[in-house]
Design a binder for this molecule. Structure first.
Ligand code: ADE
Length: 223
């Protein structure tokens, strides 16, 4: 999978992409990412990419021209399965959407800013709008990082233990069961005995029951 990210702040991405699973995915050659500075596609000497909204409200709007130029330029090199715009009023990101995006070859993400983008971008250049939650961020950069992280870990071959993504919370509309590690007893707080039993069938059954119990308690809407 290749992801192109169009942003006003390309310099804030490398620390996230150069660590952990995103980095491993890149090293394995399963995933690649490029950051594109929207200002490089500005058509004026000041490299500005925003202007006042028609109608006279407060705030600035991201203009269509630099975005169009950037997307057209990128489309010369790749044909995209989705061109995503990050926006608080987009479709809510969930595990199902992450799963389907993880099967794609090429994705482009435009990070929103200011008051938003000229509506003609949304109508004509974007194929999907995604929100990461019902709150407003100052820009789409964090949202695009969240989208990338949630989808890249699902690409086959990225996680060394393939089954670990399958037992993630939400993967079958259940949150995941509790987990424990050594020591067996700490401060008098014990690991559930069943996990020490060596009986795989009983352990699996316990995990499924705990998963269901937690989902009922914490996320009943998933059931
Ligand atoms: N931009 C600002 N807020 C956002 C959100 N919640 N999700 C995606 N993009 C955003």
């Amino acid at each position: 999978m290749h992801i192109d990210i169009i942003t006003l702040f390309p310099e804030i991405f490398p620390p996230i992409f150069n660590h952990s699973i995103l980095k491993r995915a890149e090293q394995k050659g399963i995933f690649s990412v490029q950051f594109h500075n929207l200002r490089d596609y500005s058509t004026n000497n000041y490299h500005s990419v925003d202007d006042y909204p028609y109608g006279g409200e407060a705030g600035m709007v991201m203009q269509i021209e630099p975005i169009y130029n950037c997307i057209e330029d990128l489309k010369q090199k790749r044909s995209y399965d989705e061109i995503i715009y990050t926006s608080p009023d987009g479709e809510l990101l969930d595990q199902k959407l992450s799963n389907s995006l993880s099967l794609m070859e090429n994705i482009c993400i435009l990070c929103g800013h200011y008051k938003g983008v000229d509506e003609r971008v949304r109508q004509n250049l974007i194929t999907r709008e995604i929100s990461i939650g019902n709150y407003v961020l100052s820009g789409g950069e964090l949202a695009s990082m969240v989208i990338c992280d949630s989808i890249v870990r699902l690409i086959p071959g990225v996680l060394s233990d393939e089954t670990s993504a399958l037992s993630d919370s939400f993967q079958d509309n259940l949150v995941s069961h509790p987990v424990y590690s050594r020591p067996q007893s700490f401060n008098g707080w014990e690991v559930p005995k069943v996990l020490l039993s060596g009986n795989d069938k009983l352990i699996k059954q316990w995990q499924e029951e705990e998963s269901l119990k937690r989902t009922k308690q914490r996320r009943p809407n998933l059931l």
